[in-house]
Design a protein around this ligand. Structure first.
Ligand SMILES: [Zn+2]
Length: 274
């Protein structure tokens, strides 16, 4: 299962030691380009390079069907000419489900619930809550704070929130006001985390202007603390792996040079989810 498919999605999946051909259930939060532009590669490359024989299933907001149709138009050449008796064209079929609020997926003990959120020029937009057994994760997607997120995050083990902030000067100038209006300020995230009280809060989709590097991260974290959240909190990093169980384990990405080949004897495969 993949939640949003931004640029480099296939590379990220591969680096995470998950076989790209096993990632066939994709849930989109909204249709902004930075959340969908990895989809064509995920659709096409595991098919012709890695022998995927399962068609993709895509869940997304209204408009997703037209977007997928447009993607198929863009790749019409390959659709028409590249398939053969091994690389079958039917494996490029895509099942699209345009979602509304509520349960959108329930398979193998995993339940996915779509949460309507507010993202201004990205609407209609959704967050997602995953429940598996006794554990759960809330993803805000791109969104500002809303009652729907405060409600959906109740009881979640992990809450993963977007965040956006600028330096004092930049915020005062109004230069990024339209961006800040559609995303989560650190102070709003503090309210989300303090209300839902997760075992771990994580920032992802981190938008920073004039707040470079670790010092900038520190300002975002300290604004969140000052606004009243004192529980566990991490900045998300590319390749970070969070295991949610009786304990919550966080592992950082390994260097690519130390990773085994995916098809080699030392490969560690994630369990495929179909
Ligand atoms: Zn967006």
């Amino acid at each position: 299962m993949l939640f949003d498919a931004g640029r480099g999605a296939v590379d990220g999946i591969y680096s995470a030691r998950v076989r790209p051909q096993d990632v066939t259930a994709i849930f989109l939060t909204h249709l902004h380009n930075d959340h969908i532009e990895g989809l064509p590669t995920l659709w096409m490359t595991p098919w012709f390079l890695l022998g995927r024989q399962t068609k993709l299933r895509v869940w997304g907001p209204p408009g997703t069907r037209a977007m997928v149709e447009g993607m198929r138009q863009m790749y019409a050449h390959d659709l028409e000419q590249r398939s053969n008796t091994v690389l079958k064209r039917e494996y490029l079929d895509v099942t699209v489900q345009e979602i509304t609020a509520g349960r959108v997926y329930s398979e193998g003990g995993i339940i996915v619930t779509a949460v309507p959120v507010e993202h201004h020029d990205g609407n209609p937009a959704f967050g997602y809550r995953l429940d598996a057994g006794a554990h759960s994760v809330l993803l805000t997607g791109d969104a500002t704070l809303s009652d729907s997120l405060l409600t959906a995050g109740k009881g979640a083990d992990v809450v993963i929130s977007n965040v956006a902030a600028g330096s004092e000067n930049i915020e005062r100038s109004g230069a990024i006001a339209p961006v800040l209006a559609k995303l989560m300020l650190p102070e709003q995230a503090a309210r989300l985390f303090a209300t839902t009280r997760p075992r771990l809060a994580v920032f992802s989709h981190i938008v920073k202007k004039g707040l470079p590097g670790a010092a900038g991260d520190g300002i975002i974290l300290s604004r969140t603390r000052k606004a009243g959240y004192s529980g566990p909190l991490r900045m998300g990093m590319d390749g970070m792996k969070i295991t949610v169980g009786d304990a919550i384990r966080i592992e950082h990405a390994q260097s690519r040079r130390t990773l085994p080949d995916l098809d080699g004897p030392g490969a560690v495969f994630a369990r495929p989810v179909h």
